[in-house]
Ligand binder design. Structure first.
Ligand code: GLU
Length: 282
């Protein structure tokens, strides 16, 4: 059974690009005789606001979309994501990183072999870590690609891959070899802000038995690290269908910062949902 989802983060009002993405996913489910889910990805308390969740429901309902209930709201399930981080830690795959974002970014600038090397700052020495812990400094848990590779073995590492039925930003499609090293030792949890996106999204895709991830190609790179997490956790890798990003008349892609193209404003201007759907090719 084909199962897909639209998984917005309630960090602002939806715009045309979101409408295109949601309609694309819903149509894929309908054409396959499958299921279409809506998931609210609100794990980042600094950026997400509850009122945007209501606005998302309002906008998608106006567009004429229907999804299954109940809607999964990630902030209601934080302990589940914490358990994933613990499971990876028990496998010895994580290390504490006390460096600030700025320190890591500065290191990227200084790295002789480019960003991918610097995005893997590596564990602190045991003495340094003990001192930083004792000083009460906050830290993030990073996934060690070296340890992940050691655990899986070279052959399994080389075999990490996913099927792209849509297209990456560079036209990538078909069987894609995953390159987790592009993302580096990603942060999977923060002491202050809980779980990171890659953990919650892979957990929920597995839990909800998502067979096809339909989303914008701005998240194509994320698939490379998500395939690794799925493999380490023993979860299946869904098929990916990344779609092109819509751009406005000026050629720039739609983003939440472009307030003039929110669905709420389009609606307020008297545009009918059917007309917007038609404009977007639905
Ligand atoms: N919540 C993510 C976003 O709003 C999308 C996650 C996904 O589709 O994998 O960008």
């Amino acid at each position: 059974m084909f199962v897909t989802r639209f998984a917005p983060s309630p960090t602002g009002r939806l715009h045309r690009g979101h409408a295109f993405s949601a309609l694309t996913a819903e149509r894929a489910a309908r054409e396959a005789g499958g299921r279409f889910l809506l998931r609210v990805e609100d794990i980042d308390p600094t950026r997400c606001r509850p009122e945007y969740e209501g606005a998302i429901i309002e906008d998608l309902t106006w567009l004429g979309l229907k999804w299954e209930h109940p809607v999964r709201r990630q902030s209601d399930h934080l302990p589940e994501y914490g358990a994933v981080v613990e499971a990876l830690d028990r496998q010895g795959l994580l290390y504490r990183c006390f460096r600030t974002r700025k320190e890591v970014l500065d290191a990227i600038g200084d790295a002789p072999h480019g960003p991918s090397e610097a995005a893997r700052p590596g564990p602190h020495s045991a003495e340094e870590e003990a001192a930083l812990l004792a000083a009460g400094r906050s830290f993030a848990w990073r996934l060690s690609l070296d340890r992940a590779r050691d655990l899986l073995g070279g052959r399994a590492w080389e075999a990490l891959s996913f099927i792209e039925e849509g297209e990456g930003p560079g036209g990538e499609r078909g069987l894609i070899r995953a390159r987790p090293e592009t993302a580096g030792d990603v942060v999977l949890a923060r002491k202050d802000a809980g779980t990171a996106y890659h953990v919650a999204v892979t957990h929920d895709d597995a839990l909800q038995e998502i067979t096809h991830v339909v989303r914008g190609c701005d998240l194509f790179e994320a698939a490379h690290i998500q395939v690794l997490i799925q493999t380490l956790m023993g979860w299946p890798t869904p098929t990916y269908r990344h779609h092109r990003l819509l751009s406005g008349a000026d050629g720039r892609r739609y983003a939440k910062r472009d307030r003039s193209v929110t669905l709420a404003e389009i609606r307020a201007a008297g545009v009918a949902a059917a007309d917007l759907r038609a404009e977007l090719g639905f």
